[in-house]
Design a protein around this ligand. Structure first.
Ligand code: PLP
Length: 363
């Protein structure tokens, strides 16, 4: 926590606006929209809920297809299945590790020839870095397919000077406990489309029609953020720039200390933007380093230090076994060789030195 959260939480208690909604929710939405440069924002119980509502608004339903990046967390793809639709997974490129625009172009051209275009594209911005959004957006626009940006991991990043999440039809962010800022749990849907946000807002509050009694003409959800948690979010948002600075410092410390080791490489920073380094991610070439990614993970674990492999690609997940995948070798090799190092902003230099010392001692 930054220290400013309690003031807003206290305001919620003092005014008795505990739930539902209240002034912190409205203020958090406005402050967040201003921060990322979106016209409208909707505070929700989770980033996953934000993706789900965007898909409902876009009319995704049973039998439809939705394109999703394969190298991501399952929450990017699960809402597609909630809607009875089918994800189609696309491999990563090597510049940013995000969706490969060439594979997307090929896939949409093929599906257009078959007369069966997907209903939406969910583009993930991984580990604090954006995809090549302009190229992806141009391809989506050519076929008139709406783009949803999953920026859950990339709040604070930049693409050609602007925040991710504001280029497509809708963008989503997450305030889950592991993200760069947190409300303990929560998410945000942003869009320049007032109608999309108004519809999502209605769906998120059990789709209540404007009537004095309770009346419903569509199925709704209980997806709003509480006024107490929005107070935490307002305080956290003020700490975002410091967090990004500290995350990048931690990354630079690791790079200075490990960059000379043969077989250890760092996630690249693409030329089009600013990488927040939400997580410091390395890849390990066992032939050159002399140990595998898993050897390093276990050596750290033996010292009570947690590190994690990259997201296991969606096309390799048992639950998505029957889904179409385009390519997959890049994501698979990143998964096999990649390791997320401890990257918490509360880490001290001696914490970082301990991690570094263990990795260096393995050669
Ligand atoms: C965390 C995350 C989500 C889901 O956000 P929640 O707030 O946990 O529901 C979605 N996509 C990606 C890529 C994430 O990392």
């Amino acid at each position: 926590m930054s220290g400013r959260e309690m003031q807003y939480v206290q305001e919620a208690f003092d005014s008795n606006w505990i739930a539902p909604l209240g002034p912190n929710v409205t203020a958090f939405e406005q402050e967040f929209a201003a921060k990322v440069g979106a016209k409208h924002a909707l505070a929700l119980s989770a980033g996953t809920a934000a993706i789900h509502l965007a898909l409902i608004h876009l009319g995704v339903g049973p039998g439809d297809e939705v394109i999703v990046s394969t190298l991501t967390f399952a929450a990017s793809a699960n809402p597609v299945v909630y809607q009875g639709a089918k994800p189609v997974f696309i491999d990563s490129e090597r510049t940013s590790w995000n969706m490969d625009p060439d594979l997307l172009a090929e896939t949409l051209a093929r599906k257009a020839r078959q007369g069966r275009l997907p209903k939406a594209v969910i583009l993930v911005h991984l580990y604090g870095q954006t995809a090549d959004i302009d190229r992806i957006l141009a391809i989506c626009n050519k076929y008139d397919i709406p783009l949803i940006e999953d920026a859950a991991e990339a709040l604070g990043a930049r693409y050609k000077g602007r925040s991710p999440g504001v280029f497509g039809k809708a963008g989503i962010f997450s305030f889950n406990g592991n993200k760069i800022i947190t409300t303990s749990g929560g998410g945000m849907l942003v869009s320049d489309d007032a109608e999309l946000i108004a519809h999502a807002r209605k769906l998120a509050t059990q789709a209540r029609d404007p009537a004095p009694h309770y009346q419903h003409s569509e199925i709704g959800y209980n997806y709003r953020m509480s006024n107490v948690l929005a107070g935490i979010g307002r305080g956290q948002l003020q700490a975002l720039d410091d967090r990004v600075r500290r995350k990048r410092e931690i990354f630079e410390s690791y790079r200075r200390a490990l960059g000379d080791l043969p077989g250890i490489d760092f996630m690249p920073e693409a030329p089009w933007g600013l990488h927040t380094r939400w997580l410091t991610v390395i890849t390990v070439d066992p032939n050159r380093f002399g140990a595998t990614r898993e050897d390093i993970r276990l050596a750290l674990e033996a010292e009570n230090i947690e590190s994690r492999p990259l997201w296991k690609p969606m096309h390799l997940q048992p639950v998505f076994a029957g889904c179409e995948a385009v390519g997959g070798d890049v994501a698979e090799s990143l998964f096999t060789r990649g390791l997320c190092l401890p990257s918490g902003t509360a880490m001290s230099q001696s914490d970082i030195d301990r991690v570094v010392g263990i990795i260096r001692s393995m050669r």
